[in-house]
Write a protein that binds this ligand. Structure first.
Ligand SMILES: Nc1nc2c(ncn2[C@@H]2O[C@H](COP(=O)(O)OP(=O)(O)OP(=O)(O)O)[C@@H](O)[C@H]2O)c(=O)[nH]1
Length: 190
């Protein structure tokens, strides 16, 4: 089985939220730090996947990070940049905008991981489609993602749908809730 690196997806534009989602504090610390701690027990190393502006802010920091290198506005940019950094590793990908995520889901993914498949992910909250923003991406999917982006496909969910992946049922579907705007955030009580 390939070694597992952690990747906290913290880039993007946060247009709907109006402020950097990775800096929101749902659990005392900024979400990108909180998720790093959640991932650490499972991963050799944990990186933040960030954009060029965030990279300027972190210039003096020791935080491990991978800056987006592709010309695409999508979480795929972060995942592809991670494979460009280390193509031999599997990547345990976690997005910053799932504030209810706990180790329960991470444990379930690691236990259900099937390294013979291209990725191990949960069904999304509707129980029909793969949830691409939390999962283990095996090294063999790297070139497939790259080709898909070159072909103009920018939706990681669509790419997963078209490939041989391991799908699991999440122990608690609430943990997959995406919070992308201030209204949803307020409704959640944060
Ligand atoms: N590294 C990286 N992460 C991204 C990128 N786009 C989104 N993400 C991350 O992927 C997750 C889902 O992001 P989205 O809500 O789809 O996009 P967003 O740009 O953050 O937000 P909106 O501008 O409101 O669409 C979040 O954890 C983002 O931090 C990207 O281009 N690069």
């Amino acid at each position: 089985m390939s070694k597992l690196n952690g990747l906290v997806l913290a880039g993007g534009r946060s247009t709907r939220m109006g402020e950097d989602k990775s800096l929101l504090r749902y659990h005392e610390k900024p979400q990108r730090e909180h998720l790093t701690e959640l991932l650490r027990p499972y991963c050799s190393v944990v990186f933040w996947s960030i954009n060029a502006v965030q990279a300027i802010d972190l210039a003096d920091s020791n935080q491990l990070r991978i800056v987006d290198t592709f010309e695409v506005n999508s979480p795929l940019n972060g995942i592809l940049s991670a494979f460009q950094y280390d193509a031999e590793a599997a990547w345990f990908v976690v997005a910053c905008d799932m504030p209810l995520l706990t180790v329960q889901s991470l444990d379930a993914l690691v236990k259900g991981r099937n390294p013979a498949k291209l990725a191990t992910v949960f069904y999304d909250s509707d129980g029909q489609l793969p949830e691409p923003l939390l999962g283990i991406y095996e090294p063999a999917i790297g070139p497939i993602l790259q080709q898909a982006v070159a072909d103009g496909l920018h939706s990681p969910r669509q790419i997963l749908q078209q490939n041989d992946i391991q799908l699991l049922t999440v122990p608690d579907v609430q943990e997959l809730i995406n919070i992308n705007d201030p209204i949803a955030r307020a409704q959640l009580g944060f």
